[in-house]
Design a protein around this ligand. Structure first.
Ligand SMILES: [Zn+2]
Length: 295
């Protein structure tokens, strides 16, 4: 069975000039459509879903900012408008839907998501709502899962996710990232901080060791895989040195291990700031198509 791919034409964040290439979402969707893959549209996440992770005060603050654009957005690196909030709601609905489908079908992906720098009470690093955390809490609330693992292989540490689940033994957060880069580090269940310039060989060896260990020891009911494209050697914000093929191999290892242990996996795209946007699109498209192909 082909995995479910979740996408909305309204995923593009309206940020104006920004280092985050928001056009990547539509370009990735186009690649999948060309392969004859059907995309499913998500409903936006509801207030009740967001409140399973985010404080009411923070959500009220976001709403207030949409009404006062003249104040600017001092605490964020992105504009906070109605449309931007709606996009984050949709992306979060997308991760919830992908997680649901993963439980039913074994694997699914959201063509957005992975906003792992959002905390319960504030946003940072281009992230306003932590879709990964909301999806886990929502499915736990519905009784569909008890234990979840986040395997975060974005270049940046999943600091928001780590903090949100810091005191929650039902969620295992794993983050492998470039140590000397944004953000200020929180403590995940397991962190691997890589040296600048780490390349395919060393990186993949860590993935081969870590993923089976987490799955075997923790036995999660669901894996959320944050497959950032920013460990790529041409990334403008990153300092790791993976090749496009190395990143594809990273994905294959994660998929193979989840499948071998019958762990449902939902994929989010995370960051990607390569000099050439077509490289970001190629890396994400590989991540998504490999999910359908891996034996
Ligand atoms: Zn990143």
């Amino acid at each position: 069975m082909s995995p479910t791919y979740v996408y909305s034409p309204r995923y593009a964040l309206e940020w104006g000039e920004h280092v985050f290439p928001v056009e990547k979402y539509a370009l990735v969707a186009e690649r999948l459509a060309q392969k004859g893959i059907t995309l499913v549209e998500p409903p936006p996440a509801t207030d009740a879903e967001l409140e399973r992770v985010h404080t009411k005060a923070y959500l009220a603050r976001l709403r207030e900012l949409t009404r006062t654009p003249e104040l600017g957005y001092p605490e964020f690196e992105v504009p906070v408008t109605e449309r931007v909030i709606e996009t984050f709601r949709l992306a979060t609905g997308g991760t919830i839907l992908a997680a649901r489908r993963a439980l039913e079908e074994g694997a699914a992906a959201n063509l957005s998501g992975g906003f792992h720098h959002a905390f319960a009470d504030h946003g940072e690093g281009f992230c306003l709502i932590n879709d990964l955390a909301v999806a886990i809490r929502q499915l736990q609330h519905e009784g569909r899962i008890r234990r979840a693992s986040v395997i975060d292989l974005d270049l940046h540490q999943g600091n928001g996710t780590a903090r949100i689940f810091a005191d929650d033994p039902s969620v295992y957060t794993f983050s492998m990232h470039q140590e000397h880069n944004y953000p200020r580090k929180e403590r995940s269940t397991w962190d691997i901080g890589l040296d600048d310039g780490t390349g395919d060989e060393e990186y993949l060896e860590h993935v081969r060791q870590a993923v089976p260990k987490i799955l075997a020891e923790f036995q999660p009911d669901l894996v959320l895989y944050q497959a950032g494209a920013d460990p790529y050697r041409e990334d403008k914000l990153g300092g790791l040195a993976l090749s496009i093929e190395g990143l594809a191999e990273r994905d294959r290892i994660v998929y193979r291990e989840c499948r071998a242990r019958r762990r449902p996996i939902a994929v989010t795209l995370g960051g990607g700031y390569a000099r050439r946007t077509e490289d970001v699109v190629a890396i994400h498209a590989n991540t998504l198509t490999l999910l359908a192909e891996s034996p």
